[in-house]
Unconditional design. Structure first.
Length: 532
């Protein structure tokens, strides 16, 4: 009996000891789960726009402070891209990676940016990203493709919550292969600088934000009733008088030609083309107020600071109007390396409709004589268009069909889906609602191909999200109206439609919220999305 008791006691105390060891082990030294919880992990499935193909290969690559960014030394653009990547990684992780030109060997542990002219890519923006256990290789046929691919790599870091400098000595990347190329050539954002003026610095901040989502066009609406915002040396009063105010009154502002060139340069470094818009023959009160001779009665109107549309028109019967347009288009074309000049052409309700058609045809010739191509809002399809001219859809599909019949291509900016100045809902303080309320889901759940019956993908140049600024006063307002809707427009323009799914998209979008919080972006916390 006694012996049995002793045995039971031994078993009992052994069990207690084992249990104690097990629990104390958990608290004193971290378990495997704890370690991996602490190791920051880059994510493969939060990328916006969603890539064409992502295949996981089952391993991990560790990025640490010793990781170098290697670039092809023969190409100065690649060095800029390497620096850009370095800065972005630094701002997200705190790591300061070295950048070096690479010699012939891709060394272990590094990120290599490779231009391979032999890669037979679908577009100059195509890229492939291969992450293996030894190295990260980003390859493209053109630097532009590398730049788009760099955004994918950067976005893999978006879900990381903290600056990692203090907490971790490496970041784990899943090994994978991504192959990616855009669906549409034109993926644009438009900013209205005329209703309210925004500084060069604001435009640069916007360029940086849209570059992250692989946008490649920034359309600047430079002139309207309320303001003329680009210096024209041969017509200086346009900015002296016409640039002097804005919606609501007070001083407006304008870009000198040097300012404008600086925007063009900054955008070009990020493979974004500036598309300048000089709106005519309507939306011209600022020009009419600056030069009496542009008015049929030679009497200049007062400057305008309200938000009505459709009341102004250049005088189409006077030759001086065409001299004016020739001078303006020449100066703007000379400052603009991009192929397109936007001539507005919308809401010309104060212009005789027959004269309007003749006017658009003359302006088209002026644009072409400056070796540029014309874009206009959909109304321009009433005129006879050359096949290089492009129409921008905003409201009426009949106009689009008329343009397509003439061989023009179309950019999709349906106002009820992508006008970023529309309120999210009736409680949104900023914005207007004439095209409806646009929640995040509304701006995501549409496709260019199904907007108008009988149209094919070949006729679609792309998509563009305009932000009109009647109620938008500063950069924080711009952020609030663009985010979180804008990334969805980027995805519509870039990703194949079969890859898009709202329920899956909104999960990815929620993770971008982490990054926006980190950079202090003022985004709308839509209840559509489960933000963390
Ligand atoms: C436009 O919204 N008037 C193009």
């Amino acid at each position: 009996m006694k012996k049995q008791h002793t045995n039971e006691a031994v078993i009992f105390f052994t069990l207690i000891f084992i249990l104690f060891q097990f629990t104390s082990c958990k608290t004193l030294s971290p378990t495997k789960e704890k370690i991996s919880e602490m190791t920051p992990t880059a994510s493969f499935d939060n990328i916006i726009p969603i890539p064409v193909s992502v295949s996981l290969t089952g391993g991990t690559f560790n990025l640490n402070r010793e990781t170098k960014i290697l670039f092809a030394s023969l190409n100065p653009e690649t060095e800029f891209i390497a620096k850009y990547l370095q800065e972005q990684i630094n701002s997200i992780t705190g790591y300061e990676l070295a950048i070096l030109p690479f010699e012939e060997k891709l060394t272990k542990g590094n990120i290599s940016l490779i231009i391979n002219k032999e890669l037979n890519e679908l577009s100059k923006e195509s890229y492939s990203l291969i992450i293996s256990e030894n190295l990260i290789e980003l390859k493209a046929n053109q630097p532009e493709g590398l730049f788009r691919g760099v955004q994918t790599l950067i976005q893999m870091l978006f879900p990381l919550k903290n600056n990692l400098n203090l907490t971790s000595n490496h970041i784990e990347f899943p090994t994978l292969e991504i192959k990616d190329n855009p669906r549409y050539e034109w993926r644009g954002v438009m900013l209205d600088i005329a209703r309210h003026f925004f500084s060069v610095n604001d435009v640069k901040k916007l360029i940086d934000l849209i570059a992250l989502y692989k946008f490649n066009r920034l359309h600047l609406h430079l002139t309207d009733d309320q303001g003329w915002r680009i210096e024209i040396k041969s017509w200086p009063e346009l900015t002296e008088i016409g640039g002097s105010t804005q919606v609501g009154g007070g001083y407006g502002g304008y870009y000198t030609q040097e300012d404008y060139s600086e925007i063009v340069r900054y955008a070009m470094e990020r493979y974004i083309t500036i598309v300048p818009e000089i709106d005519m023959p309507g939306h011209t009160n600022a020009a009419l107020a600056s030069y009496p001779e542009l008015n049929c009665d030679d009497i200049p109107p007062e400057l305008y600071t309200g938000i009505k549309v459709g009341f102004s028109s250049l005088c189409l019967d006077k030759e001086i109007t065409y001299d004016f347009i020739k001078d303006v288009i020449k100066e703007v074309s000379d400052l603009t390396p991009g192929a397109y000049i936007h001539i507005g052409g919308d809401e010309a309700y104060a212009t005789d409709s027959l004269k309007y058609i003749n006017f658009i045809e003359r302006v088209q010739q002026i644009i072409e004589s400056n070796n540029k191509k014309m874009i206009g809002w959909e109304e321009i399809s009433q005129a006879k268009l050359g096949s290089n001219s492009v129409i921008q859809f905003w409201r009426k599909s009949d106009y689009v069909l008329k343009g397509l019949q003439q061989g023009s291509k179309v950019i999709f900016s349906p106002s009820s889906k992508v006008y970023m100045d529309m309120k999210y809902n009736p409680n949104t303080e900023l914005g207007l609602n004439w095209a409806g309320y646009i929640e995040v889901s509304d701006s995501y759940n549409w496709d260019p191909l199904t907007q108008i019956n009988g149209i094919s993908d070949k006729q679609i140049l792309g998509v563009e999200a305009p932000l009109w600024t009647e109620t938008i006063l500063n950069f924080s307002d711009i952020e609030f109206m663009l985010f979180p809707r804008l990334p969805g427009i980027a995805e519509i323009g870039w990703s194949p439609s079969f890859k898009r799914n709202w329920d899956e998209y909104k999960r990815r979008l929620a993770n971008h919220g982490n990054y926006w919080k980190k950079i202090g972006l003022n985004y709308y916390k839509s209840t559509d999305i489960n933000w963390d």
